[in-house]
Design a protein around this ligand. Sequence first.
Ligand code: MN
Length: 202
Amino acid sequence: MFKLPELPYDYSALEPHIDTKTMEIHHSKHHAGYVENLNKALSKYEDLQKLAIEELLKNSNDLPEDIRQTVINNAGGHANHSLFWEILSPKGGGKPTGELAKAIESQFGSFEKFKEEFSTKATTLFGSGWVFLNVCKDKSLEIKRHSFQNSPLLHGKTPIFGLDVWEHAYYLKYQNKRSEYVDAFWNIVNWDKVLQNYEVLT
Ligand code: MN
């Protein structure tokens, strides 16, 4: 059985960038819903219940046909949101440090250019989805968009940072102004956590 992780801060902690009501619904209804639907889908497959969420997604081709798409959607939703809560912090913002800062600079030219590319991809993504910073098999970084809850793990890449651009992530406060939500997001990024995620993989 998969479990909804607790947030590492209060629902109100990310105000004014992400409002309390949005955080509460996003975590206790949307994320909880993915966990619930995932457990339901796996209910008759006991050995799959024992796998780590990453294993389910990395080996999605081996999943039984009757639950494959449901697992991709809901294990993806669970993994994506679990990452998202962790890379946010009321004490966030600023810039990446350490080896991650170096890698971003050498691959994207500068942190500002990285931020611009990531923000553009987030604001122009059509429909519901995510923008991720992934570590590829050769350890290089890539900014990649995915529709729905599709996880980079499905493609053998590991996300270390991501932004949820489903309307449920921002609509109560920002309505149609997704770009304002994307701008606000940079104020609450927990770069220490993103660096940790990077260091584990490199
Ligand atoms: Mn979401």
